[in-house]
Unconditional design. Structure first.
Length: 141
């Protein structure tokens, strides 16, 4: 599925932003579904496959609920590795700040969005990643 989507995306010269716009979704979520990390509703999977001229089998695969993080090890890709590094270095501090602000709980990765933006800077453009997740307090009983 992913190989077919990436080949069609490249052949058509499309960006994730353009594909996402066709679906009415964010570029990050769209890429995530196309890379097999989220499932698409049937109508969106069909629309994507029509847009990219892909088969019904790809549409069916897009609708499959994935096993997330399967076989995950620390990646060697430098950009993805940096997110692991951020979690290792700043994760405990972010956790402390969240607990001080919200109490004992977690940030949802289900009720969640992420946006990637470019910020121009004279010293070199910056990448701005904004994660927005619902706070879920731990239940006490």
């Amino acid at each position: 599925m992913t190989k077919s989507i990436l080949a069609a995306k490249s052949k058509e010269g499309l960006s994730w932003e353009a594909i996402a716009k066709e679906l009415g979704r964010s570029p990050v979520w769209t890429a995530s579904a196309c890379l097999g990390n989220n499932s698409m509703p049937p109508e969106e999977a069909k629309r994507l496959c029509n847009h990219l001229n892909l088969s019904e089998s790809v549409a069916q695969a897009l609708q499959t609920c994935p096993t997330k993080g399967e076989g995950q090890v620390i990646p060697s890709d430098p950009l993805i590795y940096r997110f692991f590094e951020i979690a290792y270095v700043y994760g405990p501090s972010i956790k402390e700040v969240i607990h001080e602000s919200f109490g004992d709980g977690i940030m949802s990765a289900i009720d969640f969005t992420v946006d990637v933006e470019r910020e121009e800077d004279p010293k070199g453009d910056r990448v701005k990643v904004v994660m927005n997740g619902k706070f879920l307090p731990y239940k006490k009983w």
